[in-house]
Design a protein. Structure first.
Lengths: 384, 342
């Protein structure tokens, strides 16, 4: 099997992730910080260390401002529903995943907020000037993806962050496609809220995700409960991370996530990025040579993350994807990728596109096999 | 309780008044309410079985009326599910019995619920997957069940008493591959064939429920209404001779969900993808032969496409399929088992 669905979740994971989770679950997995016995204390220490590793990784000065969440959707919901108040205006983009669009749409339909959606250019980039032009008196939040999960275009977050900060607004970045492969520094990039999945390019297991919350963002928690701390208080403690972390954390997953991040640090993020860019470049160049194939996104691989989307004339994306799996043992993903507005913008709604998303563990040879497979499918199927 | 309405039935000496009273106190589940199921419900409700549960996920279509005796054109106008239409008819036929009708897909998550509180289960289904589910659930719950299957002019039936007779998997270890499994929707069916097989099933049910279990048919019985060819496969000793995963090893693989087909609704496409649990290798040429009579067909080495009854099928060599024209997974499964077979 050639796995080219890393934009959905990375697979496989580095060996140290499996090993550490196995060891932790067998020998150390007491409920972190809930009890005074040594196992509980040690498990809590593991979570604190993981928090610290992630804070350092994203340039967050205070580790307790990294919150562990259920998944990236949970992070985005905590952020969006936590900061927006009745009467606020939010800005987002057409690139977004439903995990950003749906919470905003629901608030807008309930007439609690208003939302402006910015369109990208043909390559999938948002112009920071368009964001700035959309600012209103009551604008509070700019919620946007760091890179399109459909076409991979990496957005000019630094420029956008700067103008959002200058205007005194909040920037929420969905780093689902970039965390672990595109360097992110929340201070440098003026990011107030950073939602990141643990199970994609950070190589953790599914069910591990996080949210960075700066002091500038005042969040109301929507999930309240036990924290193993300040139990006498009738309401959720105001202290981070407990304010936003009610309930027993996914300790087994979090120690795995930490190993994934340590793996990245050890390899070097630039080495990972360079390898992924090389794969994306080879994939894009190869696909361009297939007749009847329309490729989306940008030619500038330096501004592109792993997702590569295309359609082949005369073949439904879902069918092409199934044939890739069935006859060539290549895992891809077809359809709307939970980003319906982006497909509308590309003109690929509702059939969507085929998405191939290489990861660090793919090889150039695998990319060549994938290109050959697409070519062969095109030649045999598109005409029939 | 007044049982006089069943007088002509208990006058038959094998049943008698005592047998009739047993029947009135009996509880059964009929899975599938189509060609076989409607005759089973009709016959057994009239016979006075005290509680009948009907489970079926489908709605009535015009091409069902040729053989599915309880339904009429009005039910189609009202767009009724089969279970509901059957319920209404039975209440007019025999108001003294209790009917429970359930509009639902039968799968590993719910089958046990419908088997555990009855004395007998009857097969009115049209596919192997559900029959293996019934077999697992009945053997596990130690409930007798009666298998019945019909295609064209030919049918099969067999009575299964767990721990006593061979079970369905002693006879058929796995489902035959789809290209060798014609379905009513590809090979046709004549109503007299389903009437005969359902009548034989219902007779077995009456034997079991009136205290005549000793007289059940212990063979796999095959009958063709067209050629009048009869075969009776003796099953004695089979249970002892095989290492049946269900009744010997008590593994009940169909109840775990591992053997269930997986469905995925494709966003925005009004289409459902179906993935079979087993790895098969379809022969597209043979499949084309089956589909050509009913619809428009084309294929290449990677994919087989057919348009039938407003649905578009894209079928892949391992049996996976995308069915366009519905976004309801249960309906897609129905269509898949109708035309491709499981």
């Amino acid at each position: 099997m050639i796995y080219l669905d890393n934009a959905a979740t990375s697979f496989p994971k580095p060996k140290r992730v499996y090993d550490r989770m196995n060891q932790f679950l067998r020998e150390e997995a007491a409920n972190p910080g809930r009890s005074g016995h040594r196992l509980s204390v040690a498990a809590e220490a593991q979570i604190v260390q993981a928090r610290s590793v992630l804070a350092k990784f994203f340039g967050a000065p205070e580790p307790e401002r990294i919150i562990f969440t259920l998944n990236c959707t949970d992070s985005l919901n905590i952020a969006i529903k936590g900061v927006l108040r009745d009467g606020d205006h939010a800005i987002t983009t057409v690139l977004e995943h439903n995990s950003v669009l749906r919470p905003l749409n629901a608030l807008e339909i309930a007439k609690r907020i208003t939302v402006t959606k910015i369109r990208p250019n043909a390559e999938g980039f948002i112009d920071p000037k368009d964001i700035k032009k959309a600012f209103r008196k009551n604008t509070k939040l700019i919620a946007m993806t760091h890179a399109s999960n459909v076409v991979g275009a990496v957005q000019p977050i630094l420029e956008i962050g700067r103008c959002v900060r200058e205007a005194g607004l909040l920037l929420l970045v969905d780093a689902a496609q970039t965390a672990g492969v595109v360097p992110i520094d929340v201070e440098r990039d003026f990011i107030d809220l950073l939602a990141f999945p643990g199970h994609k390019s950070l190589y953790g297991p599914t069910g591990t995700c996080g949210l960075y919350v700066s002091h500038r963002a005042k969040l109301i928690p929507w999930r309240e409960g036990g924290t193993g701390f300040d139990s006498e208080s009738q309401t959720q403690p105001e202290v981070f991370p407990f304010l936003l972390e009610g309930g027993t954390p996914n300790s087994v997953g979090i120690v795995g996530l930490r190993e994934g991040v340590e793996f990245i640090v050890q390899e070097g993020i630039s080495k990972i990025q360079t390898h992924e860019r090389r794969l994306v470049k080879a994939l894009r160049e190869g696909l361009l040579g297939v007749s009847g194939l329309k490729l989306y996104g940008t030619e500038d691989v330096a501004r592109s993350a792993a997702p590569v989307s295309f359609v082949v004339e005369g073949i439904e994306p879902q069918e092409l994807s199934l044939v890739l799996d069935q006859s060539f043992q290549i895992a891809s993903r077809a359809g709307l990728h939970c980003a319906p507005l982006m497909h509308e913008a590309l003109g690929t709604f509702p059939q969507g596109s085929v998405r191939l998303s290489p990861g660090y563990f793919n090889t150039l040879d695998e990319i060549e096999q994938a290109v050959r497979a697409v070519r062969q499918i095109q030649s045999q199927m598109a005409v029939s | 309780m007044d049982i006089s309405r069943y007088h002509r039935q208990y006058l038959f000496n094998k049943i008698g008044e005592a047998g009739q009273r047993k029947l009135v106190e009996s509880r059964i589940t009929i899975i599938g309410c189509g060609a076989l199921g409607t005759i089973l419900v009709n016959t057994l409700a009239r016979a006075g079985v005290g509680f009948i549960r009907i489970v079926d996920r489908d709605f009535i279509e015009l091409n069902n009326l040729q053989r599915q005796v309880l339904f009429d054109e009005n039910d189609i106008k009202e767009n009724l599910p089969k279970a509901i239409a059957a319920d209404r008819k039975i209440k007019q036929i025999n108001s003294s019995i209790q009917i429970e009708s359930i509009v639902s897909d039968v799968n590993y998550t719910n089958i046990e619920r419908w088997v555990q509180d009855v004395d007998l289960v009857l097969d009115g289904t049209d596919n192997f997957e559900t029959r293996f589910l019934i077999n697992d659930a009945c053997v596990k719950a130690k409930k007798p069940w009666i298998y019945g299957a019909v295609i064209g002019s030919h049918g099969l039936t067999m009575t299964i008493i767990p721990n006593e007779t061979p079970c369905l998997r002693c006879v058929f270890e796995s489902a035959p591959p789809p290209e060798l499994t014609p379905t009513c929707d590809t090979a046709g069916i004549i109503a007299t064939a389903s009437a005969v097989i359902a009548s034989l099933e219902a007779t077995e049910a009456i034997k079991l429920l009136t205290g005549n279990a000793k007289e059940i048919n212990r063979s796999l019985y095959s009958y063709d209404v067209w050629t009048r060819e009869t075969k009776s496969f003796k099953l004695e000793g089979l249970r002892e001779a095989t290492d049946c995963p269900t009744c010997k090893r008590q593994a009940f693989q169909f109840l775990t969900g591992d053997s269930a087909p997986k469905t995925t609704t494709l966003c925005g496409r009004n289409a459902v993808q179906i993935t079979r649990p087993d790895r098969i290798k379809l022969d597209f040429k043979e499949l084309a032969g089956r589909f050509e009579k009913t619809g428009e067909v084309k294929f290449n080495p990677f994919m087989f496409q057919a348009k039938i009854d407003g649905y578009e099928f894209s079928i892949f060599p391992d049996g996976r399929a995308i069915i366009k024209g519905t976004n309801d997974p249960a309906q897609a499964k129905t269509i898949y088992s109708k035309y491709i077979g499981v």
